[in-house]
Design a binder for this molecule. Structure first.
Ligand code: TYD
Ligand code: MG
Length: 455
């Protein structure tokens, strides 16, 4: 009889190893490699081709069925991130750092869906009922028709869900769930995988939507195997800086809507409040235009968002000057510094460069390149940019400026918030009646010359 093959997985990054060792050579974590139960412990079976199964019924793509109605929770920021409301029988994973507000968000979501007429069940594996009730009281949700359960045994949870037949179940969190048919400890790769698999298949079979809460590891991935992200229809990240009250719910994968969509919330004493105008919020702490500060007109998903880049450039006391970035990509900053140096002859050797996105926002768009370059140059030259001006545009390695998508939407949002001018690449499609004073540049050298009178 063939010996079952045991395998080993890193519980931090999910990498498979042939044998146990103290340290995962993929992610470098210590004591994270765990033994996995073999997939099949029975004798080796014949290949699938040898014994035919039942033929799967096939059909063509045309359909007369209307798409299933989506349920709006009434929390517009949440509905937007879900792609326009909750799709029945969908599986959603919400990841985020501990203490960022996942449980708060999902208790509020459960209450909103329940008030919108869905039968909602909230299962907490982390907190006692009294704790969840206290939170509900703090959030003013004690009257919402949400059914609460506190349990970690997956079998018992599935039995309860089968009996109750809810429209939506929230599982807080998938790492605390424990399937008694899997040998390893809760939180291990096999347990998380089994829990996610059982819950999503149960949801699809019973027409129930399920929201799984997932913890993230130090490097910002959802803990447990990446395969959980493939099992669900939608993956949302709840992010924000501890010191700031803003929280951003970001869709990183969505089978039922645009990904990259964001919802903005503010954490208050009475829970999360929706922020309907994020640009105004992100710019609210801005004083007068100062050297190093630039307003970027960005697009998040389908919506324009204005935010402020702040840069500081100072002589470095270190032999290796520092490059520190918060809210943007460090690699991209090095690229822009290199382009400024190579194409415009502006050296950064011996200078520390710090870059920050105000308000705890994270920007991933390449359209922010020009705003970053402007902030760094403005800090280096100690010269503020023209007031009431927004900046956007992508920088190529040749130093040329490339037009970016949705220019008109960016300009409209800037105008709405009282800005009167914009610096953008040439060939940007500005439309006709934007009414903004446009300064369009072909390359970075022209930008440096026009704005800072050098280069
Ligand atoms: P929580 O939802 O428990 O976070 P997570 O589930 O992601 O671990 O939120 C915890 C934080 O939120 C905690 O530091 C307190 C704060 N908070 C408020 O500021 N206001 C509130 O109304 C609530 C319920 C929590
Ligand atoms: Mg929690």
């Amino acid at each position: 009889m063939a010996k079952p093959i045991t395998s080993f997985h890193c519980s931090a990054c999910g990498t498979q190893h042939k044998k146990w060792s103290g340290r995962c050579d993929d992610c470098g974590e210590w004591n994270t490699i765990v033994e996995e139960a073999p997939l099949s412990t029975g004798p080796a079976t014949k290949s699938l081709g040898a014994v035919r199964g039942k033929a799967v019924p096939l059909s063509d793509l045309s359909t007369s069925e209307a798409p299933p109605p989506r349920t709006h929770s009434g929390m517009n920021e949440l509905d937007r991130v879900l792609g326009g409301g909750l799709v029945p029988a969908s599986a959603i994973l919400v990841g985020g750092d501990p203490g960022i507000g996942k449980s708060t968000l999902l208790l509020q979501a459960a209450a909103s869906f329940a008030n919108a007429g869905l039968k909602a069940v909230y299962i907490s594996g982390e907190e006692a009922s009294a704790q969840v009730r206290m939170r509900a009281q703090r959030l003013g949700l004690t009257q919402a028709p949400v059914q609460l359960g506190t349990e970690t045994n997956l079998r018992d949870i599935l039995t309860a869900l089968e009996k109750e037949q809810p429209d939506i179940a929230i599982i807080d969190s998938v790492q605390t769930m424990w399937a008694d048919n899997v040998g390893s400890a809760p939180g291990s790769v096999s347990q998380v995988r089994a829990a996610a698999h059982e819950l999503t298949t149960f949801a699809k079979r019973n027409g129930m939507a399920v929201i799984l809460v997932g913890h993230v590891t130090k490097d910002g991935q959802i803990a447990g195997p990446r395969v959980v992200e493939h099992m669900v229809d939608t993956v949302l990240y709840f992010e924000g800086e501890r010191g700031h009250q803003f929280r951003i719910l970001r869709a990183v994968k969505n089978r039922f809507g645009p990904s990259d969509e964001i919802g903005v919330f503010e954490m208050t004493g009475e829970g999360l409040q929706q922020v309907t105008n994020p640009s105004a919020l992100f710019l609210s702490e801005r004083d007068k235009p100062a050297p190093g500060s630039v307003v970027f007109a960005g697009i998040e998903g389908t919506r324009p968002v204005l935010c402020e880049f702040q840069a500081l450039v100072a002589p470095s006391p270190h032999s290796q000057p520092k490059r520190t970035v918060v809210g943007w990509d460090g690699g991209r900053l090095s690229m822009i510094l290199a382009v400024l140096e190579a194409r415009c002859g502006i050296p950064f050797a011996g200078l520390d460069v710090y870059l920050n996105v105000a308000g705890g926002m994270k920007i991933t768009e390449p359209a922010a390149d020009l705003a970053v370059a402007a902030a760094i140059l403005s800090a280096r030259e100690d010269a503020a940019l023209p007031p009431d001006t927004v900046v956007f545009g992508e920088i190529s390695l040749s130093g040329a400026l490339r037009p970016v998508s949705q220019t008109e939407n960016r300009l409209k949002e800037a105008q709405k918030l009282g800005f009167s001018g914009a610096i953008a690449p040439t060939r940007s499609k500005t439309g006709t009646q934007s009414g903004m004073k446009m300064q369009q540049m072909a390359d970075l050298t022209a930008f440096v010359g026009d704005i800072f009178g050098a280069g």
